[in-house]
Design a binder for this molecule. Structure first.
Ligand code: NAD
Ligand code: UGA
Length: 430
């Protein structure tokens, strides 16, 4: 059945949710407090880079409205999704100010039965807090639901429509039925649990994936010292069905707006509940060290050959996104620039966002990958964009001053590079 749904927050999660629920046939109103964002959306401009989303928003525009008027959206919808940011504070704890504001707006404007669905990643116990908060202002009936989102940036639409599972944390029976109905045409297991379990599932999933990455990076570090090729080791380990092949790609560590924040967030939740989650603290430390080790490798080559210029391919935290939040690539470039090393950088999509983070005099942002290698001593690949693999390394060789490739994502053809006379070093495979 077609439902009337308001989505509060039109970022990666909110806009994807809006587009996909419209595609599923629901009537959606996307709300944001950011006026520029809404006016862009009203003009048909998409404020984020996410493959497939523009097409969905255009094709199902009959089902979608955009507004800054949260009161109207709440009054006209029966289900209210919250998808606002929950960033980290400096000390790693979770900044709930946007979430609290959204709940406050709902509490003050609700005027009949509503299902309040939280998609933001929030600490365990938030559902109970939200319930009490709404009750302070509204004496009628309503339900609270935790419906964590597991989409990844770059494949958000596919992840939303073809998820491994849909988790619904809920107590109220009517609300559970409404949620199952909203997602009825998505063919995926639907796990209905209590609200606190749903809230914890989200943090546990991200923390576990981050753990896999730090674990494989440590095995890669052993490969570098003892021999062995991490890509082969990961393949062999991942063939065990109990482990699985995913998230075993060694590299310069994980980044993005989620893993670093959610690992810190779970550490903060643990400490608030007097639990010392030492394993997770180490996961985070290994990740930071992995990025620093890569910088040390670059610097030791520059020192050896008396070079001073590094070409950087890739700035986003992973391919297919313009997002540079907590990007390992930006972290690496930051350290290089601070050390006075000249950097020539190129990213297919994330350059504008990266420019805001990397405001050094010794960095030049280039128009193409080939322009970026001109005169460079070392080529450092930091994000595995597919286009880097398609570049003819012969052309790269002609343009570079010295011929060193440090492949932070094991993305380039190592043998081809070696045959052409490059010094090539990946992660966990010499
Ligand atoms: P985002 O920063 O891209 O977007 C959040 C949006 O919410 C912004 O446009 C902001 O203006 C708006 N907003 C904030 N407060 C508001 C309010 N009171 N009323 C209306 N609009 C408001 O965030 P995001 O990346 O979409 O993440 C949202 C949540 O989902 C976070 O908790 C995040 O951890 C979680 N999450 C993110 C991803 C991801 O891949 N980005 C995946 C799964 C879960
Ligand atoms: C991640 C999760 O994959 C999503 O399920 C989750 O919903 C989301 O966080 C969130 O909670 O917001 P995302 O941050 O978009 O999604 O990106 P990932 O594809 O998970 O990559 C995260 C980082 O890990 C990237 O920097 C990537 O380069 C790195 N990574 C990933 C590795 O280093 N190795 C791998 O094998 C996989």
């Amino acid at each position: 059945m077609q439902r009337k749904i308001a989505i509060i927050g039109t970022g990666y999660v909110g806009l994807t949710t809006g587009a996909c629920l419209a595609y599923l046939g629901h009537k959606v109103v996307c709300v944001d407090k950011n006026e520029e964002r809404i006016s862009k959306l009203l003009k048909g401009e998409i404020p984020i880079y996410e493959p497939g989303i523009e097409e969905l928003l255009e094709k199902y525009k009959e089902n979608i409205e955009y507004t800054n008027d949260i009161k109207k959206a709440i009054s006209e919808s029966e289900v209210l999704f919250i998808a606002v940011g929950t960033p980290s504070r400096k000390d790693g704890s979770i900044d709930m100010k946007y979430f609290k504001k959204a709940v406050e707006e709902i509490a003050k404007n609700i005027d009949g039965y509503r299902v309040v669905v939280n998609k933001s990643t929030v600490p365990v116990g938030t559902g109970d807090w939200a319930k009490d908060e709404v009750k302070k202002h509204y004496k009628g009936d309503f339900a609270i639901v935790s419906n964590p989102e597991f989409l990844s940036e770059g494949s958000a639409v596919k992840d939303f429509l073809e998820p491994d599972r849909i988790v619904i944390g809920v107590k109220d029976k009517e609300a559970a039925e409404i949620m199952l109905d909203i997602y009825s045409s998505i063919n995926a297991p639907k796990l209905v649990v209590d609200i606190k379990s749903a809230e914890l599932i989200k943090y546990a999933a991200n923390a576990f994936l981050a753990t896999k990455i730090s674990f494989i990076n440590e095995i890669a570090n052993i490969c570098e010292k003892a021999g062995g090729d991490i890509t082969k080791v990961a393949q062999g380990v991942g063939m065990d069905k109990r482990i699985g092949p995913h998230f075993l790609k060694a590299g310069i560590g994980y980044g993005g707006s989620c893993f670093p924040k959610d690992v810190d967030g779970l550490l903060s939740i643990s400490s608030n509940h007097q639990h010392n989650f030492g394993l997770l603290r180490t996961v985070s430390e290994v990740n930071k060290r992995q990025q620093e080790r890569f910088v040390e490798k670059i610097k030791s080559i520059l020192l050896k050959i008396k070079g001073d210029t590094v070409c950087v391919w890739g700035l986003s935290f992973k391919p297919n996104t313009d997002d540079v939040r907590k990007s390992p690539a930006v972290f690496v470039v930051n350290l290089l620039c601070r050390d006075g090393i000249k950097v020539r950088a190129y990213d297919p999509i994330a350059m504008e966002n990266a420019k805001k983070e990397l405001t050094f005099d010794n960095i030049k942002f280039c128009q193409s990958a080939l322009e970026a290698v001109e005169g460079a001593d070392v080529l450092a690949l930091l994000t595995e964009w597919p286009e880097f693999n398609e570049i003819d390394l012969k052309d790269v060789k002609k343009k570079m001053k010295n011929h060193y490739i440090l492949d932070g994502r094991n993305h380039l053809e190592a043998n081809q590079a070696k045959v052409l006379g490059f010094y090539y070093e990946g992660i966990g495979r010499k």
